[in-house]
Ligand binder design. Structure first.
Ligand SMILES: Cc1cc2nc3c(=O)[nH]c(=O)nc-3n(C[C@H](O)[C@H](O)[C@H](O)COP(=O)(O)OP(=O)(O)OC[C@H]3O[C@@H](n4cnc5c(N)ncnc54)[C@H](O)[C@@H]3O)c2cc1C
Length: 384
């Protein structure tokens, strides 16, 4: 071991959704023989995002959910599709609740230690990774899970677009929402040249997160989202009085970039930095859980960790195809989604996007898509 360095069996870099999801699993009696260090740059992380995921019953972190929806609605101003998605549900977790609960769990564990400091250098030696932090911390580990990265060539991937959001947590004076139903996608707003949709996630009859998502490489100013949000709420909620309780803004990449090329046997990228964001939708929280479940299984069985095994090659191809179709502009994005929901059962689409379908079911869904546009996208994706 290098002089002056403290060794841990596992170090996790970054304590966001991915780092904490992994630490939560490791802060368990089963792994009490492993000394784990989690290093997070930010002190006292706030409620910086809200994670929604559709998933079957009884999943990890259910107890942290702010709410779960039984039904989803998709519309575009001309057509509306509403469907009960049982046995799935659409779960909403506030990041502040998640950060708090996982930190509690870690503080009760004997094997996971948290350090709030920025990692300033990482270097890979023959046997171990050497990590330094901004106030002089020096650590080594044979296994480093890293959940932040700046991949400089990310935007030069064949398929790349930013998904960016702006949302308001609003509180009305009177009941306006049905808390059992989420507005999943509303394409009725002005589309411009990109894909734009609103969603509304109520957590009481008077309160909801109302958010705008845009797929485009021009990131907006907060004032641009605010203007659309204000107009949308005015038009859709009968000009009723409301207050803005909180806001949420963010940007995530949707891309066919191969994140796993940055992994070695000792440095493994997880979360958004490790390709957990689904290229065709931008959803990542359940995929992060898949990554963590896979890692835990490999650790338990004493096997190598090959992150390229986590997501199926078949679904990677579908993701690329869908992103190709959306970015090529061959069909307007809103028609791609509306068409899918018009011609298929909502639950089947959700299971397909959750990578939980058989080839037969996938062929059935694909047969409902525009053969010309998707055929071209499929062919191009197959060759890259
Ligand atoms: C506003 C927003 C809403 C989203 N909503 C959803 C949703 O509804 N459903 C869904 O599935 N996905 C959603 N996503 C996508 C995805 O789930 C999130 O981006 C998720 O938080 C990614 O987690 P992560 O751990 O990979 O990255 P992060 O949460 O970004 O965590 C990385 C961590 O590393 C830390 N860090 C960075 N540099 C250093 C350093 N040098 N040293 C130490 N620590 C460092 C950061 O402070 C951060 O805490 C959303 C994303 C955003 C931005």
């Amino acid at each position: 071991m290098a002089d002056g360095y403290i060794n841990y069996d596992i170090i996790i870099g970054g304590g966001g959704a991915a780092g904490l999801s992994l630490a939560y699993r490791l802060a368990n009696q089963e792994f009490s023989h492993l000394n784990v260090l989690l290093i997070e740059a930010e002190n006292d992380k706030k409620n910086d995002r809200t994670w929604c995921s559709w998933l079957p019953p009884d999943r990890i972190f259910d107890e942290m959910a702010l709410t779960c929806f039984e039904s989803l609605e998709v519309k575009d101003g001309y057509e509306t599709f509403i469907s009960n998605i049982g046995p799935y549900r659409y779960r909403m977790i506030r990041s502040s609740d998640f950060y708090h609960a996982v930190h509690n769990r870690m503080s009760e564990s004997k094997n996971v230690v948290v350090l709030t400091e920025k990692i300033t250098s990482e270097s890979e030696g023959k046997e171990e990774v050497l990590i330094q932090t901004e106030h002089g911390g020096k650590f080594t580990t044979p296994l480093y899970f890293k959940s932040f990265a700046n991949h400089p060539d990310l935007k030069s991937a064949r398929l790349y677009v930013d998904q960016h959001f702006g949302g308001w947590f609003v509180k009305f004076k009177t009941s306006v929402f049905d808390p059992r139903k989420a507005l999943f996608m509303d394409f009725s707003i002005e589309q411009g040249k990109d894909v734009r949709f609103m969603y509304a996630l109520p957590y009481s009859p008077t309160e909801a997160l109302i958010e705008l998502a845009v797929f485009s490489n021009d990131i907006w100013n907060t004032a641009d989202y605010d203007q659309v949000l204000q107009q949308y709420i005015h038009q859709n909620y009968s000009n009723l009085d409301y207050e803005i309780v909180d806001t949420e803004y963010g940007v995530i990449p949707m891309t066919d970039y191969n994140f796993t090329v940055h992994n070695t046997s000792k440095i493994i990228h997880i979360g958004a930095a490790g390709g957990a964001i689904k290229p065709s939708t931008g959803f990542a929280f359940s995929r992060i859980q898949r990554q963590c479940d896979y890692i835990i299984t490999q650790l338990r069985d004493g096997k190598d960790i090959q992150m390229s095994e986590v997501f199926s090659k078949r679904h990677k191809l579908y993701d690329k195809t869908m992103l190709d179709v959306i970015l090529s502009g061959r069909i307007m994005g809103k028609f791609v989604f509306m068409d899918l929901f018009r011609k298929n059962k909502m639950l089947d689409i959700l299971r397909f996007l959750d990578e939980d379908t058989s080839i037969l079911e996938e062929l059935k869904i694909m047969s409902t898509c525009d053969v010309g546009a998707f055929g071209k996208g499929f062919w191009r994706s197959l060759r890259t």
